[in-house]
Design a binder for this molecule. Structure first.
Ligand code: NAP
Length: 287
């Protein structure tokens, strides 16, 4: 389908994952589309984990005129492999969470990096950049977080991960240092920011065990897990008087580039959007 036809309404976009029903992206895009008066639909699409399933599904979405899709687990590296072109940041991250379809095929991008960078900028009211960072995790999201911290000026980034080889790979790509998973507590000494980028602490996953006592009192504590919204990590940090960033901030900001690209309208991250998402998380947590 030609690009000119693809722009016909209703505009179609979506999020591809396995599973995908937990995703808040459809709600975020629906709120923005309603605000902008855009005639469009953003649909959750469950696509089985194998690359072949993903590639066939992307071919079909392109054929029926989808403008693009967000991509979540386990397809973020598949998206990079499928695309004919990729942004520098997607190549650097080794993963893509956005595919935009056009006449030349698919263009891959990574808005997780900008999403965390925007969440971080919003939390740093005094304008100071964190110099010493500790990132827990070495998956796709952790890599995006580490790149954002690097871009924000962090000069020392420690990456602690259960699988040490993955921590070493991320640390080596960003010029940081790997830390053994059991040593994560001591690694917090002198850090200005701690980011949980593992899936630990998420509803249905094991808890994150971390002793914050080595962390300075003013250090920022961020968790990219957003279900529950206040994870046990953020609760402890708050009770100790530390500033915090929750996972919704990154989630809202990473969604904005896709909406602007595919629906051609502005995507404002504000308190009303957050309130809508918080209501949905509360609804989902009710028995
Ligand atoms: P991923 O690539 O599967 O990575 C998962 C990470 O969690 C790995 O570092 C893994 O360690 C670690 N982990 C899992 N189980 C563990 C356990 N029992 N003990 C210790 N470490 C464990 O996933 P991802 O895409 O990076 O996503 C990670 C989390 O971030 C998910 O909860 C996801 O929902 C969230 N996320 C949030 C946003 C947002 O916008 N807020 C965006 C993207 C992702 P190993 O390497 O040892 O397996």
């Amino acid at each position: 389908m030609a690009a000119a036809d693809r722009k016909k309404t209703p505009i179609l976009a979506g999020v591809v994952g396995w599973p995908v029903e937990h995703s808040l992206s459809p709600l975020i895009h629906t709120i923005w589309a309603r605000r902008a008066g855009v005639d469009g639909h953003y649909i959750p699409l469950a696509i089985a984990p194998a690359y072949d399933d993903f590639a066939k599904a992307m071919d079909s979405l392109r054929t029926i005129g989808f403008a693009g899709v967000n991509v979540t687990l386990p397809h973020k590296d598949h998206a990079l492999r499928y695309a004919q072109r990729a942004s520098a940041i997607a190549q650097q991250a080794g993963a893509a969470n956005m595919l935009t379809f056009d006449d030349a095929g698919a263009h891959a991008d990574n808005s997780d990096v900008a999403g965390f960078a925007a969440a971080l900028a919003g939390a740093r009211r005094d304008g100071t950049a964190p110099a010493n960072a500790v990132v827990l995790g070495a998956g796709g999201a952790a890599r995006g977080v580490a790149l954002a911290l690097q871009a924000a000026g962090a000069t020392r980034i420690l990456v602690a991960n259960r699988t040490r080889a993955k921590a070493e790979a991320v640390a080596s790509d960003i010029g940081g240092d790997a830390v053994d998973w059991p040593a994560r507590h001591d690694a917090l000494a002198g850090a200005d920011i701690l980011v949980n980028a593992t899936s630990l602490g998420m509803r249905g996953q094991p808890p994150l065990e971390i002793d914050l006592s080595a962390l300075s009192p003013k250090a920022l504590v961020a968790d990219i897990v957003y279900s529950p919204l206040e994870t046990a990590l953020l609760k402890s940090a708050r009770e100790q008087g530390r500033p915090t960033i929750d996972g919704l901030d990154m989630l809202m900001h990473q969604a904005a580039p896709g909406f602007r690209e595919w629906f051609g309208a502005d995507a404002v991250v504000d308190a009303a959007l957050r309130a809508g998402l918080v209501r949905e998380l509360e609804r989902r947590s009710r028995p």
